[in-house]
Design a binder for this molecule. Sequence first.
Ligand code: HEM
Length: 290
Amino acid sequence: MSKSAILSSSIAKKYWMAVTGLFLCLFLVGHLLGNLQLVMKTGEEGRRAFNEYAYFMSHNIFIKVLSYATYISILFHAVDGLMLALQNKKARPVNYVYNNPSANSSGAARKMAVLGTAILVFIVIHMANFWWKMKYSSEPMPIHTYVVSSTDQTGQSKTDTLYYTHTPSLQPVPTNPMIVVKNGTELYFKDVNVKVGDTYKDLHKIVMSFFGKSINGAPTNQYALFAVILYVLSMAILSFHLMHGFSSAFQSLGLNHKKYMPSIKLFGKIFAIVVPAAFAIIPVLIFLSK
Ligand code: HEM
């Protein structure tokens, strides 16, 4: 088969959809484990855990490579899926070599394309709200600061607002006009241009306020309830998409051994329910905890 035929035949399309789809399932598991920190730990501890995780995710070279593989997989999976659905729509019946008619019927492909398109719309909205803000927005990102209370020598109680730093700083770095933030997260003494530490972007605050929870009295998204509903509905759609897609991917790869297929199908169903449900519960819990 020529190179172009490998990429363009329906069998090849289904093969690449299966490979990218299963890779995206792995992404979902990793992404879910990271996001669960938003609700597993609360208060300042949860905020630190999530912002440290977000920092790690955007600075680790291995994760960066995985991120690019994720973007490419989303695009490839979506384009191939739509092309396959269009190909199937053409009146001529297509004879697949696979042996599961329901998994390969043009009706199933069309349903998967509709569900997939809805998920793609969700991903675009989702990335515009978090990923774009974190990486490319011209508006400055909030910086992670925290308040400590103490008593001075005269017994008077006082509070200080400090930057949460990760480069070991000899002293805690207070927020005051002498300290400025450069390049997103680097802290400098303003007048002498000497670096005093590195702090974190407060992605936790952005996510929390998006779903209606105020951090240290900061204003929240006035459409938080709609955001929560959008996420819950999108996760229901994701669940339907995975319910068919997971086991179908194994068939497309030819891994439909009689002995293992029932277990793969069962695992696929559990995956399709548990993963989207766990994602959906995050915005609900944040919204209810305000
Ligand atoms: C409660 C649910 C979710 C929350 C709170 C959430 C949160 C976030 C946040 C904060 C980011 C930006 C930081 C980062 O890159 O790690 C992000 C990125 C992203 N999210 Fe989500 N997410 C959720 C569900 C989903 C779902 C269900 C999908 C896919 C269907 C998804 C796809 C993505 C993608 C593709 C990125 C870019 C990842 C990268 O740059 O490596 N997210 N999400």
